[in-house]
Design a protein around this ligand. Structure first.
Ligand code: ADP
Length: 550
């Protein structure tokens, strides 16, 4: 008995050894290490060659990334490669001999059955789910072919894992959906945008039509030009007035319309404005279609973007021919009237002097007082008439006077003495410094200075201190008159040197005709000097002129 169990144990050991050997052999066959076997049986040694698949194909099938299965008519797996056992997550020895259907979940059973059934007739393929051990389904493609084996027909199935493909497909689908969503969003956005553009275009069209209507119906000629100076549009009035066509103005030059005598100054100012970006303004003559020239006030304003860069200029030309004629007539009238007034005034002054110097009887004091008052009025009248005459002379280019070297410091001192006498209520602060010599006409320069002093007094009723200084300024001497009066805005400052210009200020209106600064400017320019003002409303003003030092 004991002997028996010992024998049995030995036998089991032997069988186990043989089983391991068989495993190794099968593995060797699979991997192509052997293709023939010598098996010892009762009849002696037998040579078995592996005929079912030659070595190359065996190795190939073993290395394939697809699963390979061979089944018989009953659906039992006769053979499978390692890849299939991995896909099914089942060891090789437990797959061979098992029905293929046992590796397929319930949901794919019918499909598998049908596929196998049909594939015995002809080659077939079908998507089928393979159970993998982890319980996860694996989408696979089963491709079936019948093969002839020694012992009958079998069905070979190549199983391709579609999960990567499926995942890619899924991702692709997802992307497609996202793409579709984005497309829909884009379309919506596009529609909104189109609607906005349509609306804006409509608005733009209306505002362009408005603009066109406006520009074509105003009395002025207008145009726009680029920062380079090239004019790129004119209104209808321009074409009507000049008689030029669109072709004529394609390469427009100012010489086409501006009077030859005004051209040089026009171009200088135009170029300056283009360079500096300052408003361009000039009075010049424009040729009409019939060749007649009319005076125009020519202005160009720059249009700037948020960065302050000029985008384009808007130019206008206003016909001022009638005003010019009126002005000329007025000048002519003033010239004649002041002349006519001067003669009786001179005799009136003479008679008054005669009365004042009447010696026969002592004049009663009250008459003397009247004579004094009449003298003051006559002086005022005379200075008014003189101003009017000066304006006429300037217009006619006949403001002439003798020039000599003179000490301006001294001249200022004399004027201040005079002013202190005329305006006893005012304090004139002046510290005469070193003598400054200039070339000029003493009477005319005195006229200028007195005009500045008179204005300083007139326009500073509430603060009666006027400060006068003479200072060297480079190669010039600058005479300044500073008051603490009402002051002037920038806009007013740019106009006060014009003829007859007076600031419209009902509160501070004083008598005057707006001639003083105009005449002063002419006199100083004739002396090759400059006149100017620094001021702020309510902060007083400093009027000054500069003359070249000898
Ligand atoms: P008028 O004083 O006779 O009106 P002017 O030619 O001397 O003429 O001056 C022109 C204008 O300039 C004045 O009407 C006044 O508005 C302004 N103005 C001149 N001087 C001063 C000043 N010192 N302060 C304020 N405004 C002044």
């Amino acid at each position: 008995m004991e002997q028996n169990s010992k024998d049995l144990l030995n036998e089991i050991k032997e069988l186990r050894y043989q089983l391991e050997e068989a495993h190794d052999t099968i593995n060797a066959i699979r991997t192509g290490q052997v293709d023939a076997l010598i098996v010892k049986d009762d009849t002696g040694h037998q040579l078995y060659t592996l005929k079912t698949a030659d070595q190359t194909y065996r190795v190939f099938i073993e290395k394939m990334s697809e699963g390979a299965v061979t089944i018989n008519r009953d659906g039992i797996i006769l053979y499978c490669n390692t890849r299939f056992s991995l896909m099914a997550d089942t060891p090789l020895e437990k797959t061979i001999g098992m029905p293929l259907a046992s590796f397929v979940p319930e949901s794919s059973q019918n499909k598998l059955r049908e596929l196998i059934h049909n594939s015995w007739e002809e080659d077939n393929r079908q998507e089928i789910i393979l159970k993998d051990g982890g319980g996860k389904d694996m989408h696979c493609m089963f491709s079936c072919n019948t093969i002839e084996l020694d012992n009958g027909i079998a069905l070979s199935i190549i199983i391709t894992d579609l999960s990567v493909l499926k995942e890619t497909e899924r991702q692709l689908q997802q992307r497609n959906e996202q793409l579709e969503e984005s497309r829909a969003n884009t379309e919506k956005l596009n529609n909104t945008l189109e609607a906005t553009v349509r609306e804006r275009t409509g608005d733009l069209l209306i505002s362009r039509e408005h603009f066109k209507l406006l520009t074509n119906n105003i009395l002025q000629m207008t145009w726009t030009n680029l920062p380079t100076g090239v004019v790129n549009s004119f209104n209808q009035r321009w074409y009507d007035y000049t008689g030029l066509s669109k072709d004529d103005t394609a390469n427009f030059e100012w010489s086409q319309v501006v009077h030859p005598d005004d051209l040089k100054e026009t171009l200088i100012r135009y170029e300056t404005s283009l360079k500096t970006g300052e408003i361009f303004e000039i009075e010049n003559r424009y040729r009409r279609h019939d060749g007649v020239y009319h005076w125009h006030l020519n202005r160009s304003n720059p249009l700037k973007n948020d960065n302050g860069d000029i985008i384009f200029w808007v130019g206008t030309a206003t016909n001022i021919e009638d005003q010019k004629r009126e002005m000329d007539r007025k000048d002519e009238f003033i010239g004649i009237a002041s002349h006519e007034l001067k003669t009786p005034l001179t005799s009136l002054k003479g008679y008054l002097q005669l009365i004042a110097s009447y010696k026969k009887e002592e004049l009663p004091p009250v008459i003397k007082q009247y004579i004094g008052k009449a003298g003051v009025s006559i002086n005022k009248l005379q200075s008014l008439i003189n101003d009017l005459l000066d304006v006429s002379k300037i217009k006619a280019g006949r403001l002439e006077y003798a020039i000599a070297e003179l000490n301006i410091t001294q001249l200022v001192s004399q004027c201040i003495e005079n002013a202190e006498h005329v305006y006893p209520a005012y304090i004139f602060e002046y510290e005469p410094g070193q003598p400054y010599m200039v070339k000029g006409n003493a009477e005319r320069l005195e006229q200028v200075l007195m005009n500045l002093v008179n204005n300083a007094v007139k326009y500073s009723q509430n603060n009666k201190i006027v400060t006068i200084t003479t200072q060297k300024h480079g190669n010039n001497v600058r005479v300044s008159v500073h008051d603490n009066g009402i002051g002037l805005s920038k806009d007013q400052q740019s106009k006060i040197f014009e003829r007859f210009y007076r600031v419209e200020d009902k509160k501070n209106m004083t008598s005057g005709l707006g001639m003083g600064l105009y005449i002063s400017n002419e006199i100083i320019s004739n002396h090759k000097g400059t006149i100017g003002v620094e001021s702020e409303p309510g902060q007083g003003s400093t009027f000054y002129f500069e003359l070249p030092l000898v």
